[in-house]
Design a protein around this ligand. Structure first.
Ligand SMILES: Cc1cc2nc3c(=O)[nH]c(=O)nc-3n(C[C@H](O)[C@H](O)[C@H](O)COP(=O)(O)OP(=O)(O)OC[C@H]3O[C@@H](n4cnc5c(N)ncnc54)[C@H](O)[C@@H]3O)c2cc1C
Length: 403
């Protein structure tokens, strides 16, 4: 019998397992992951940005986690010799409405304690000769990293402290009893049962299915939104010095394709946000009947789709029609041509949507007597993974202390 089992070997599960073992060295703790590698889903399919925390409401959990997470991630990378680059980010305004929104973001950065510099058109041209805009803000702390490597290093730390980690084990059923939790799992087509005192789940795209297995009444469902990228032809590896972001629409802050320098030296364009029809299907035309039917039966899906219909259609058309996608980038980087856009793997966001059709923008947790469950960990959760793990550990220690 384990004291704790943590389900999910993405960055949130890995961070939680490592920090819990550090706090409870004498407890038997197991991390289980259904895939044959760690970080194969959201954590391994993202933009690789260590965000500084520009967009989040001052005083919110998201702002606090992000600002502290960025510092902690860089420290962790330095300690573990994981390369990262503090290349900085420019948010570029291309019209007068965006300049107004840019100024609001500038204020927000100051409220969140982020070091930020405002650039006029001439200064922008000097900083980024290939970028066109009226004004920009420069956030120098923004950095890039490979989150798969960060996750692997967290799992290695967990194991070196005496934790147990097992790949290729999928949890397919959970029974919560008065004095233990029983997990039914499959591994290599064999069914096995693993028991623990307490359960922590960090299952990303499967978070709602795990809470359902626990019989917890919730009013959300995970809706998969694809984030599609292109990689620029290698002759453009030096096209920008910073990461380049458009000014977001405050109503839909996660939209807006950006130019991201990656740690391997390449530059990607993306991501967009289009409806996914398979939670863990990365190919453009991947489809799962089970995932789709579950979505279609959920009232929140119809409400959120209806409320964002015109944006959704635009994103979908630009996904199918490359020149439309190109136009989004050409707005601030006219250099790029159609044949510069090479294929690159997509990512899939695990977005919690409530029954009344609201996109959950913040972290969401659910619990039962013997479990704590991460139900929504949207971007910048990779940046924030260390404080999120710390938070989950302190919640778990408080909740389960008197048992
Ligand atoms: C396109 C895109 C771009 C992004 N860009 C950034 C960025 O630049 N910076 C940033 O900070 N954040 C970014 N994010 C957000 C960030 O990647 C995620 O918030 C973060 O990776 C979430 O981590 P996780 O561990 O919760 O989920 P995941 O990485 O999805 O991990 C969940 C794990 O649980 C496992 N699992 C699920 N069910 C079971 C089961 N039944 N049994 C066993 N294992 C199970 C899965 O196999 C998976 O490995 C981006 C996300 C996307 C999709």
């Amino acid at each position: 019998m384990y004291d704790y089992i943590i389900v999910g070997g993405g960055i949130i599960g890995a961070s939680t397992a490592w920090q819990l073992k550090k706090k409870l060295p004498d407890k038997r703790i197991l991390l289980v992951e259904k895939e044959s590698e760690y970080a194969l889903h959201q954590t391994g399919h993202n933009s690789g940005v260590i965000h500084a925390g520009v967009y989040y409401a001052p005083g919110s959990l998201k702002a606090d986690f992000c600002v502290r997470g960025a510092v902690a991630t860089k420290q962790f990378c330095t300690q573990h010799e994981i390369p990262f680059e503090e290349c900085g980010k420019l948010i570029v305004a291309t019209n007068s409405l965006e300049v107004t929104r840019l100024d609001a973001l500038y204020q927000r950065c100051q409220q969140n304690g982020i070091d930020v510099e405002r650039l006029d058109e001439v200064q922008l041209k000097l900083a980024e000769p290939n970028i066109r805009g009226l004004a920009a803000i420069r956030v120098q702390q923004t950095a890039i990293v490979d989150y798969k490597r960060v996750t692997q290093a967290m799992v290695a730390e967990f194991i070196s402290l005496g934790g147990e980690a097992r790949l290729g084990i999928e949890v397919i059923g959970i029974s919560e009893l008065d004095d233990e939790v029983q997990l039914t799992c499959v591994s290599d087509e064999q069914t096995l049962q693993i028991n623990c005192q307490y359960l922590i789940t960090c299952a990303g795209l499967m978070a709602d299915r795990i809470t359902k297995m626990l019989g917890i009444a919730t009013d959300f469902q995970i809706i998969p939104y694809r984030g599609e990228y292109f990689r620029l032809a290698s002759r453009h590896n030096g096209i920008v010095n910073h990461l380049i972001y458009p000014v977001p629409d405050p109503q839909l802050p996660f939209l807006g394709v950006h130019l991201t320098r990656m740690v391997d030296g390449s530059v990607t364009v993306g991501p967009n946000a289009v409806q996914g029809w398979k939670r863990e299907g990365y190919g453009r035309f991947n489809f799962s009947l089970k995932d789709t039917l579950q979505m279609l039966r959920f009232a929140g899906f119809w409400k959120v789709t209806w409320a964002n219909l015109s944006t959704g259609i635009k994103e979908w058309l630009n996904s199918l029609w490359k020149p439309g996608y190109l136009k989004l980038v050409n707005k601030y980087c006219p250099e790029i041509r159609l044949d510069d856009l090479e294929s690159y793997p997509a990512g899939i966001r695990a977005q919690a949507v409530t029954k009344d059709g609201q996109l959950v923008h913040d972290f969401l947790f659910s619990e039962s007597a013997r479990s704590l469950n991460v139900c929504n960990a949207p971007s910048p959760a990779a940046t924030s993974a260390i404080p999120i793990g710390e938070y989950i550990c302190s919640e778990a220690l408080q909740k389960f202390a008197d048992d």
